[in-house]
Design a protein around this ligand. Structure first.
Ligand code: SAJ
Length: 476
């Protein structure tokens, strides 16, 4: 029995973390900092793109970009104490009591929305080859529901000749960290821990409890844990789509969606509140655009024959994805309409895009919605300049360092990311720089006061601003 083997092995003392990225590094540092554990190995493939991290981490330096409060100090501390070291020698897994895998599963390509599990599966094979009875294996990556009890279990058993749930424990404990607050999130967020059986859930709970401060373990099955992680992002995407659709309706009905949002949001009290998020130019990032499709694939694989659903109706969640992915197209149409009002055809028009990052005040450009917008403009022969104060560069897209340079001679200025500096743009300045009688301003993130621009002769369009989008053009 697995519980007997675990009892014989005793408490977890040696831990391994595969994947030295923004999830694995803080996880390994926190395991190493816990007095509960004697030794933690960070496993990193010595690949051309990431091998450099091994030496850095063994010097106690963090290879992660951007501010991560407390991480570098923690790494220095646990390396100096000899409690953490990084290696590409996967055979060291044999010495361990528990290993976690935090290896990312990016898209193979956006068309068929199939995740690229190759790196994760290679990690699982490395664990399988070095698996011994009584070990615990935990998957932390976001995965399609059914992966832990399905293909992951299969690879581990095939490589080791052992049987999950009899010889070793297996669980899924999805990461819920956000860049900029990695350590805090791991310590303070409740931790979903889902084993393939009760014994595995208990063993994984033993691994995570020591690193939690205010967070609690929420035990469940492995598949429920996979659905929890994908659904928590699916629901966020759904809430954004709901307010994006309302914004489109308000534009069509000539009203201000932000008035409606304020009105609805005023409904307070137990159970009556509404999760009113914010309409915008689109939804990007590495979580929301993909996790809905993980959930969809999961129910197709696990529940296809049993799913009872309105015949012929699309998944609400996939429809939400389509609405969010429509927003850059809507931004394009707003821009095109405004330029037509200014008597400027798109072909040859200069459009300045302010904000390339997918998130306000961030340098993260993964799946940025600004990209399909720029592609549509270029497809119609417009000339596009891009400014972003946080983004140093992007393949094939020159990023200009100043707003002035981006806006100089522009027929249209389009705000795509809600970077705080775009709240203080000076309309008079933009008009001067544009050298146009009726420059266009399109606001994708509710950053500017429409009247401050309209009174100077701008042609204004804003997401959800049905009250302003058809305004009279002021002869400047
Ligand atoms: N967005 C809107 N309207 C909103 C909120 C977001 O249009 O009201 C857009 C953003 O502009 C961005 C995209 O959605 O393009 C995603 O924004 P996000 O705030 O969800 O940021 P992410 O993608 O970093 O989401 C992560 C997720 N965290 C994890 O997966 C661990 C998500 O579950 C968190 O809710 C989110 O961070 C967070 O709250 O910061």
């Amino acid at each position: 029995m697995l519980s007997d083997i675990l009892k014989k092995r005793g408490p977890i003392k040696k831990v391994g973390v595969l994947g030295m990225g923004y999830v694995g590094i803080p996880a390994a540092a926190l395991f190493a900092d816990s007095p509960q554990f004697d030794k933690v190995y960070g496993f990193q493939r010595d690949s051309p793109s990431s091998g450099y991290k091994i030496a850095m981490l063994n010097r106690g330096e963090s290879p992660l970009k951007g501010e991560e409060p407390g991480l570098e100090e923690l790494l220095t501390k646990v390396v100096a104490a000899g409690k953490f070291s990084c290696t590409s020698d996967f055979s060291k897994i044999r010495e361990l009591d528990a290993v976690t895998l935090s290896i990312q599963t990016p898209f193979l390509n956006k068309e068929d929305l199939l995740p690229d599990f190759s790196a994760l599966f290679e990690g699982i094979r490395n664990v399988g080859r070095n698996l011994s009875p009584g070990m615990l294996v935990v998957l932390e990556s976001t995965i399609t529901p059914g992966t832990t009890t399905g293909v992951a279990r299969g690879i581990l058993e095939q490589e080791s000749g052992l049987v999950a749930g009899r010889d070793f424990a297996l669980a899924h404990a999805p990461e819920r960290v956000m860049v900029g607050r990695l350590l805090r999130n791991i310590r303070e967020h409740d931790r979903i821990v889902g084993g393939i059986d009760e014994t595995s859930t208990r063993r994984a709970t033993e691994l995570y409890t020591p690193v939690l401060t205010t967070g609690k373990v929420i035990p469940m099955t492995a598949t429920a844990a996979e659905v929890t992680k994908t659904a928590e992002n699916t629901f966020r995407d759904l809430q954004i789509a709901a307010i994006n659709e309302l914004a489109l309706y308000c534009e069509a009905m000539g009203i201000n969606v932000y008035d409606v949002r304020t009105g609805i949001d005023s409904l307070k009290g137990e159970g009556t509140t509404r999760a009113m998020l914010w309409p915008g130019a689109g939804v990007g990032g590495h979580c929301l655009p993909k996790d809905t499709y993980h959930l969809e694939r999961g129910v197709q694989q696990l529940g296809k024959d049993l799913l009872d659903y309105p015949a012929g109706e699309p998944s609400l969640y996939v429809l939400a994805r389509r609405i969010n992915d429509f927003m850059p197209t809507h931004m394009f149409r707003l821009t095109k309409e405004a330029l037509e009002r200014a008597g400027r055809p798109l072909k040859g028009a200069k459009v300045a895009v302010l904000g390339w990052a997918f998130l306000a005040n961030s340098d993260d450009t993964r799946n940025t919605p600004a990209e399909p917008f720029r592609d549509l403009l270029i497809g119609e022969g417009a000339v596009v300049s891009v400014h972003d104060p946080y983004v140093a560069g992007y393949p094939g897209v020159p990023i200009v360092p100043s707003v002035e340079e981006a806006v100089r001679g522009a027929d249209a200025v389009v705000i795509f990311a809600g970077h705080h500096q775009y709240r203080t743009l000076v309309p008079q300045e933009l008009k001067r720089l544009s050298c146009k009688k009726h420059p266009v301003i399109v606001d994708g993130r509710n950053m500017v006061d429409p009247d401050a621009y309209i009174r100077l002769g701008f042609i204004y369009k804003g997401i959800g601003r049905g009250d302003k989008n058809g305004h009279v053009i002021v002869e400047g």
